[in-house]
Design a protein around this ligand. Sequence first.
Ligand code: ADP
Ligand code: ZN
Length: 717
Amino acid sequence: MHRVGVLLPLPLAGAYDYRMAQAARRGLLVTAPLGPRETLGVVWGDGEGRLDEAKLKQAVPLPGEPALPPSLCDFIDWVADYTLSPPGMVLAMALRSRQAFEPETMRTAYIRGDTAPKRMTPARQRVLEIASDGLARSCPDLAEEANVTPAVVRGLIDCGALSQTELPEFKPFAAPDPGFAPPALNTEQGLAAHVLRGNVAGRRFCVSLLDGVTGSGKTETYFEAVAEALRQGRQTLILLPEIALTVQFLDRFAARFGVRPAEWHSDLSQRERRHVFRAALSGEARVVVGARSALYLPFNELGLVIVDEEHEQAYKQEDGAIYHARDMAVVRARIAQCPAVLASATPSLESYVNATSGRYAHLKLSHRHGEAVLPQVRLVDMRQNRGEPGSFLSPALREALAVSLGAGEQAMLFLNRRGYAPLTLCEACGHKMICRNCSAWLVEHRYRKRLVCHHCGFETVLPAACPQCGGVATFAACGPGVERVAEEFRAVFPEARTAIASSDTLRGPAETQSAIRAMAKREIDVLIGTQIVAKGHHFPQLTLVGVVDADLGGSDGDLRARERTFQLLHQVAGRAGRAEKPGLVLIQTRNPEDAVMKALAGADRDAFYEQERKYREAAHAPPFGRLAAIILSGHDGDAVRGAGRVVAKAAPAARGVKVWGPTPAFYAVLRGQTRERLLLQAEKSVDVQAYLRSWLAAATVPKSVRVTVDVDPVSFF
Ligand code: ADP
Ligand code: ZN
């Protein structure tokens, strides 16, 4: 009998002891009884030995004895420890279903049989000719290729001219070819690629910041590292911040390597996920491109991890186990002993500091590839250039739009706000339409004739009369959203073809994708969108970008608000003039003197970073100090506030640690839950996890109050 610790993919405190008939290595998949049912589990180590041997239940390996790679097990432990999450909860992100370890389901397919049909027709002839290459095909595929009806194929099956066989449900992933279409790199790209290739070949952990202006060819450059990993027989993981970016990316990858990589994101079906999971484990998938959860795929031969647009906030997972995928990608690479590459035109301040201090290699691409030059950026002072009342497009911007459209070029209008108007107000009594579940304004979506809460999804129609004063037709839309900007634009330029692309999950990613595709194919002239249009896209004919309101988001009041505004607007500006024709960016602002605006206009990016670095250093803010948030939430507001006071009192005194709060969160009520926050600020030398553990152990909170720990928070709402 062997006693082992088995970790179950459940939010339990740790591994449980089981007995096994054989010695088992860490990572081995087992089924283990838990109460009345059987669950999937993973051998995590030796048992603790506290439970009597006779009482141990038996765990049994899965058929074929599949196992998770040891480096993945170590990574799961690391994430759990760092984020203060139960390890089983982190394991659950890696282990989605037992079926992933069973043989893939097969589908019926047909090959040429031994019997010749009694009656031959031209249609039958065509089918048999196609089938004679020996490849197995499904009935619909055969019919389509031969351009006959499925009935013709079935007739051939019935008479034995085609015989049945089985094919895996999915086509296996073909190996990308590193030599398929390598580009001729320019000097800077070549130098950076040389370093990256050397790192991959060296098979050691190191981190490089690929810091290149928009359009400088960062992707082409890190593709050379991917090519090297392929040559070395190693797997590559490429993380992208948004699913919306993957489509263009897959095609680009295929243009370079001959085939598409495996993709991993939340839009895949369960079966597709299992397919990718198996392929990562078996090594069939050499390159996986995915969202943050791809970090938990079972790579056995990981040789390179790339995080594109590393500064993106979307890398922060905000529920369940709260983690930052960029930081965890670096950890994943360290545990797998392979290089990590972080790519961005506007790195996070953390990565910038790591690169300039020499902890990360700093690889710079300072100019755009080929003929393209960086766009000219101009600030439009909205205090002086306002135009008619109720208008959001200044005369300067309208004029520039007219010029671009007149020249047959494309333009983009950017406003980081979904819907028609962010606030609906009764002009008679001042009543604001707010969500019934959240302390947030309802956003008008005029196109769908709805008021929508962007936090909980609550929807309603605009009431006929004001619920407070009973006034009729007294509601006014305040402020612009993308729909309203589109309305104004269409009134001024009725001939232009437009589309709205917004990250609005309510309208679905498919619509956004189609707007982006239409823009790329020149089927529209002007794309009007939220931050979804800012990222990564390459529209060669786009020469004008108008930022409708650059001051949005500057008032968030958190330590990264300025950095984020800069990153976002810089990315947006970077969409202009990416091919031969030069680009122009107009930024509408009421604060043209602000350092962020000056950095955008003057293009002296590093001066802005240095200033931010000084602010953060003076404030002991990350990366010069450490932060962690404790969020208390629950339906009973009094209980939550009471718990906040209890937790605050329980904070142990320690050197280099300050505790702020409790204070109501920015959205004090979300989805009906009252939320209170505490913030821990610590010197860099403090073991934040140890401090948090002893703190939480000392505070007793009622069951009705949920306690969430957010280490290295990026959102302070
Ligand atoms: P970034 O990721 O830095 O914004 P991209 O990698 O998207 O830049 O490159 C911008 C454009 O320039 C793309 O269309 C890309 O194919 C092209 N490009 C970059 N480097 C090269 C090269 N060495 N040879 C050919 N085309 C290149
Ligand atoms: Zn709401």
